[in-house]
Write a new protein. Sequence first.
Lengths: 179, 309
Amino acid sequence: MRSVSIFLANFLVHLLAAIGLVSLQSSLWPLVFGKGSAPQLWILPLCFWILRRTAVEALAFCYVLFFVVGSMTSMPMSMIVPVILTVTGVILLLKDRVLWAGVIHFTLAACIGSVTAPMAVWGWSRFLETNPVNTFHFFAWILNPLLTGLFAVASYPFLVWLDDVTQKEAPKDAETEML
Amino acid sequence: LNFLQFDFRKVLGLALLVAFPLISVNMQKEPIEGPSLFRPFLFVAGLSHAGYSGFSQTLRETVDLYLNLIDIKTNNRVLQGELTATRTQLGEMAELRLENERLLKLLGFKEKTKMEMIAARVIGRDLFEDYESIMINRGESNGVQKGMAVITAAGVVGYVILAEPLNSQVLLVTDRYAVIDGLVQRSRTRGILSGLNESQCALKYLKRSDDVQVGDQVVTSGLDNIFPKGFPVGTVTEVVHDEYSFEQQVTVEPIVKAANIEEVFVVTNAQKEDFEVAPPVTGAADTAGAADTGAVPGGSTNTTKAKAP
């Protein structure tokens, strides 16, 4: 019973953090820096859950993230779901082979996610949209992962702190790599 | 008797030693002037005084300089702070002045139209670069509803696709999912305006024979009474006639640049407003987010030339 309440509290706290991060990307960033390249902050909580939780828990978080992201974009849900699932799948795939927890790997995962996301948007748009994406933002494709990586370094201690606050235990194998 | 025996040479030497200065003093011509024997001493003393004075002066100046430096540093710090505060205030004033100008123009526009509108501020943008939408700080509680038109004083911005109690999501005219009934102002050719990318739209479903030229102004048709009639949307930048197609591809550059929008109007009731017959709205062209194309509703040269059918 206690483990369930800890999980729910942790889930809720991370969900609020995700909303805060996504709002920062959607609202504060463009208001301060204008329209242009922005860090893909919605990827950060997703990466954190993929790297430090089981696949089922990560998927649960991923499904809730659909709605968080969907509330701040005009992208239809039929596109949001495959795009986020693609990003999740890529990071999960790499987690089993290359990645594990720790700030460096978290940053790496966030950068990979940030590269994957626009590719997934472009690719899925070809299949699912009648009027698909017809422009390439090459500059953004390069700059976004860098910005996302910077924010990943900064946000990792915060996300770990959220785990500490909600008494969520860190994954055992990750402890040696945590900085 | 030895007591009375003197060494007269010594006595004489002593007497001379005493008498010499007395004689010297008494022999001086001008009593005010010091004896000439003092002059070397005075000279050396003068040098010594000058040296000490110079040293003292230097020391005093050094101390003063140091003390002044402390003062200067303190003053500099204070002045730097004041300068920074003044610059900040100036920046704020400039920002306020620009905002004031923008709002005055918006107010002027609002006062000169019969449309019912709600002013709103842009508070967010789309998470994904390939999708064009903005969030505004007015929602259902302010009377905003899904489908309502969103404009600035210069042209069409988009329409509301999601109305929450406190805020709303606006689909920009440049979004690939956006569709607006448009009209080529010069030839009255109708088409559907749809977004292409962040800076372009396409005017679709125009027949090959329809009269469209580069530079033509595209305005809203106003048929649905969501948008006012004759309100500027953009300018035709490219017309392509495919050899084997019944249609022509028309590219339109929107008048309102979404990247720069800060304030917008949500049209709650267009009141059948027709900007092609309405009097010109002066001073509304240079509003935030608008390209300076002279596309003031009812105020441009093209508008005055065009006649309603």
